[in-house]
Design a protein around this ligand. Structure first.
Ligand code: GCU
Length: 336
């Protein structure tokens, strides 16, 4: 798998050295990279993206989708999108934190009070467009978002209370805010790429990780970690990121088609999400022997709530979005 990925990467880089945005049969090849399997809702959303673009601009563009980190792990694939070797990549906001500080906000634990509030914020395209422009200087821009569920802890032993996390070594995404969160639980944070997690748990390098339920099945973590605790600490979206030069090279009509295709991919992804979570839970519980634990969410929340004030103090870039999200939280609860 690693070897195949390396070959593919070399191929893409070679193509790029001879001129990014290669043409085949007179068509511009548009490369889209993501980290998930072909049954994941994001892949299904991206198939709709491809079909929409090719239906409207098929004489000029051919969209090629590369799943399973074939073109590189999130960090690597973002770099390739910066240079234009790849045109689009799906990346969690955790991976964008180092490019634009505002994205740190999504790693703040217990930021959203409900899934309803979370979706209301993310679907507000006018507001989010301003956030999306924050990586322009880095050479890429977000074009849409994907639901990536609620993140929860899971491990080789049951985590029933915040105290159980003490001393455990937990994999987090390569995000400073997530590292701080795990430390606030008195656990040790092990930041690493998504593709390395399975072996790290299996070999005992880490005691557990945190993610949505699809990690148990699509990424097979349920084979090596048998306890999944619903402590619900984060809702971290995934973003479809585009190379900025590519976006700017499009005519206004073409740009419109790509934007519509992106919006459609989100619609499809959201529709697929709940069904795939139910399916994943069923497979994890009945075929992999994973035990799902309901825990006292408030106990976990109280342990890390001081991080809100700390993060707001350390990173002024998240202040405005934080206030906006708190207002949406209140609205969703019917508060003034
Ligand atoms: C989820 C998320 C990915 C992220 C991954 C991870 O699968 O959708 O964007 O990279 O978790 O924890 O690394």
């Amino acid at each position: 798998m690693k070897k195949a990925a390396a070959c593919m990467l070399t191929a893409v880089m070679l193509v790029c050295m001879t001129g990014c945005g290669s043409l085949t049969n007179g068509k511009r090849i548009v490369r889209v990279s993501h980290a998930q399997s072909e049954t994941h809702p994001e892949h299904l959303g991206l198939l709709a993206f491809r079909d929409y673009v090719e239906e409207h601009l098929g004489d000029r563009y051919e969209v090629q989708i590369f799943p399973n980190e074939i073109l590189g792990s999130a960090q690597k694939a973002i770099e390739l999108t910066q240079t234009g070797a790849i045109d689009f990549v799906v990346a969690g906001t955790a991976n964008l934190e180092t490019f634009a500080g505002v994205y740190e906000i999504f790693s703040m634990p217990y930021l959203f009070d409900s899934e309803e509030g979370y979706k209301a914020v993310m679907q507000d395209t006018d507001y989010m467009e301003r956030v999306y422009e924050s990586t322009d200087e880095a050479g890429f821009r977000v074009v849409t978002w994907y639901h990536a569920g609620t993140r929860n802890f899971y491990g080789k032993k049951p985590i029933r209370s915040p105290e159980d996390l003490k001393g455990m070594k937990i994999r987090v995404q390569q995000s400073p805010a997530s590292v701080a969160m795990v430390k606030a639980f008195d656990a040790a944070a092990a930041p690493m790429g998504f593709g390395e997690v399975y072996t790290a748990i299996q070999q005992g390098v880490i005691d557990g990780a945190e993610n949505n339920e699809l990690a148990l099945t699509n990424n097979k973590h349920g084979e090596v970690a048998k306890y999944y605790s619903y402590n619900r600490h984060q809702m971290v979206p995934d973003m479809l990121v585009a190379n900025l030069k590519f976006l700017n090279s499009l005519s206004p009509e073409e740009y419109q088609v790509f934007k519509e295709a992106a919006a459609l991919s989100t619609e499809v992804e959201l529709k697929e999400w709940d069904r795939s979570i139910e399916e994943a839970k069923d497979i994890a519980a009945h075929q992999m022997g994973v035990e799902f634990l309901e825990v006292d969410v408030d106990a976990f929340k109280q342990a890390v709530l001081p991080l809100h004030a700390q993060m707001l103090k350390e990173n002024p870039k998240i202040g405005e979005l934080y206030d906006h999200i708190q207002a949406v939280n209140r609205q969703t609860k019917g508060e003034p």
